[in-house]
Ligand binder design. Structure first.
Ligand code: F6R
Length: 611
């Protein structure tokens, strides 16, 4: 985890860095720190806790200069404390380093350095980098960093400054994300685009193994052996306002409300109006490969894994290809059998999830074609895959995934139609109908968002808001909706919630149901509606408190439920996209009513870049 930012130029480095760190706070918020090279050499401010504390400290202790680096931390080695906060320094405090990642051989390096007389101030792995750079420093910071990195194993994105080289910002990447931004007579580094997009749209996505020397004149990139690397400058299309709250009290609520527009964006450019067909050219899979494909592997973590389950159901039902769905953290250790002609679809909002990346590497090494569903453009998952379908959802800042989930489901719907089209499992009329229904989804999402009064009211009722636990139940396409609804509630409200396939209740979980136990039942019209109603009746018979999510016009469900949230009538295979919205809102409003930190729930970080 962790976020890094750096700046060289005429603006105030503290202003640029703090703006960037606020945008990166989703990557971790245990502690933070900023170091600046100014007239009096290298100066630094650190603080434990959220960035607002850091803002206050910087007012009391302003840092002035033209070069600086900053960091927001999610602890991996060493407790959250000022000593463990970045930047870390060499012994003489002339060199400062910020780091995102883990130096895996740091014990060994630390022992070697200590044996040579180096005194460590922190328990972090990062501090070894500062001492190594010092060890190799002979007046050229770029050269010293390249040499130091040869000794380091593991993952890193680093920013390094030195008071004796006030015109140079050095950055490097191996495994953790890093971008370099270019401006007029200035340069930036950041863990991702939102960190610097207030100031520049011209960015370079730095590759693994590359080290950058950033000066006011531009960027020089080399590998650790000094071989020059050339890199394209890309223009970021995202709107800066997209990274702000736009008047909503929380990013999560803003992102929930963006979903209609986001889903239109996900569809944009993917449907050929003339032939009424889907095309996903960036996935880089030839029609012959789609036809020959005998198995699809979907790997992801958390919410993205729930989207993967929606994908599995769609693909198997309509394109008739067997799908294995894995948690990426399990896939990498289970020695998976990957037959020839297999396709892997990793799913990741951030594109930086360590387990998903490792699953990709395993699948590639065993011959699979890898085409990912990713939101963050230019991220590691996208770059390590053979092809990609970008979700086009814009930056997601709230830690709880909302718009990324629904747009991932939408990408799977598009992929399914494409696959069915090419393999001939869907005829022209079915394809036309599925496209028509897909196009109708964003408006239905907007309709749900316009009519939230019922959800808000329920979220404020003591029997739901103050519950100690809850179940979320669904069947078939909406089994993943149940899992996702439960995850949303527990991660932001801290109410214990579990998602189950409704048919599983009688096999154990129903024992927990009492007259104070809320059970959210997804019972939209479709193939398993009657079965779902039977399950609801079983819970009702045990006095459970039932909130049903049902299809508009279904009056009869009220007789079996304490409360009903309606969604518009829709094509059942796409219903998970619609169902997700009221479940997100329920979790959001309960969490907000309980006064929780909605956007940054405890113990979590937006991007899980460590195993
Ligand atoms: C939950 C949530 C997480 C992520 C998971 C994967 O709301 O956001 O469960 O879905 O950490 O992250 P990505 O999609 O970035 O790989």
């Amino acid at each position: 985890m962790c976020g890094i930012v750096g700046y060289i130029g005429d603006k105030s480095p503290v202003e640029v860095i703090m703006t960037g760190l606020h945008r990166l706070e989703y990557r971790g918020y245990d502690s933070s720190g900023v170091a600046v090279v100014g007239e009096n050499g290298l100066d630094c401010v650190k603080s434990v806790g959220k960035l607002k504390i850091m803002d206050q400290k910087l007012e009391e202790h302003p840092l002035k200069g033209n070069l600086g680096i900053g960091h927001t931390r999610w602890a991996t080695h060493g407790v959250p404390s000022e000593a463990n906060s970045h930047p870390h320094f060499n012994g003489a405090k002339t060199i400062a380093v910020v780091h995102n990642g883990i130096i895996e051989n740091y014990y060994e390096l630390r022992e070697q350095l200590q044996a040579a007389g180096v005194v460590f101030r922190s328990q972090t792995d990062t501090e070894v980098i500062a001492h190594l750079v010092d060890k190799y420093y002979e007046g050229d910071l770029f050269a010293a960093v390249k040499r130091a990195l040869k000794d380091c194993e593991g993952a890193y994105a680093i920013g390094v400054i030195c008071q004796d080289n006030p015109d140079v910002l050095v950055a490097a990447r191996h495994g953790s994300p890093l971008i370099v931004g270019l401006g007029d007579n200035e340069g930036y580094i950041g863990s991702d685009v939102p960190a610097i997009m207030k100031y520049t749209r011209n960015v370079m996505y730095i590759e693994n193994g590359h080290v950058c020397e950033i000066t006011r004149a531009g960027v020089k990139i080399e590998d650790v052996d000094g071989n020059p690397v050339s890199m394209e400058v890309k223009t970021v299309e995202w709107d800066d306002a997209a990274a702000e709250k736009e008047g909503y009290p929380h990013f999560m609520l803003k992102e929930i409300h963006q979903q209609g527009a986001v889903l239109r964006n996900t569809l944009a450019g993917r449907i050929d109006e003339h032939s009424d067909s889907v095309r996903l050219t960036d996935m880089n899979i030839a029609p012959e490969e789609l036809k020959a494909c005998g198995k699809i592997f979907i790997v992801a973590c958390g919410t993205a894994w729930h989207a993967g389950m929606v994908g599995k159901f769609l693909i198997e039902k309509f394109a008739k290809v067997p799908v294995e769905l894995d948690l990426a953290s399990e896939f990498r250790y289970r020695d998976p059998i990957i037959p020839p002609n297999s396709i892997m679809i990793p799913v990741s909002q951030s594109g930086e999830t360590a387990d998903t990346l490792e699953a990709i590497r395993i699948a590639k090494s065993r011959g699979a074609k890898v085409a990912s569903i990713v939101n963050a453009v230019g991220s590691s998952v996208a770059r390590e895959s053979h092809g990609v379908v970008y979700q086009q959802a814009g930056p997601e800042i709230g830690v709880a995934s909302t718009k990324a989930y629904t747009s991932q489901c939408m990408c799977f719907a598009l992929f399914t139609i494409w696959l069915g089209q090419v393999r001939g499992t869907l005829d022209k009329d079915q394809v036309a109908m599925m496209i028509r229904e897909l196009r109708a989804v964003p408006d239905k999402v907007d309709a749900i968002l316009k009519n939230q009064d019922k959800v808000k009211e329920l979220a404020n009722r003591p029997e739901y808001r103050d519950a100690v636990g809850a179940f979320f139940l669904g069947r078939n396409y909406n089994f993943p909706s149940a899992l996702e609804g439960a995850l949303k509630l527990k991660e932001i409200s801290y109410i214990h919630a579990e998602g189950y396939a409704a048919g599983e209740m009688k096999h154990g979980p129903i024992a927990l149901v009492t007259n104070t136990f809320p059970v959210v039942c997804v019972a939209v019209k479709g193939e398993t509606y009657e079965k779902m109603v039977s399950n609801i009746q079983e819970i009702k018979a045990r006095a459970g408190l039932i909130i049903s999510v049902a299809t508009e016009g279904d009056e009869s469900i009220q007789a079996h439920s304490n409360d009903v949230i309606y969604i518009p009538e829709c094509y059942e295979p796409y219903s998970p996209i619609l169902v997700a919205v009221p479940l997100q809102l329920l979790a959001y409003h309960i969490s907000a009513n309980l006064g929780r930190d909605v956007d940054q729930p405890r113990n979590l970080a937006k991007s899980v870049t460590v195993e």
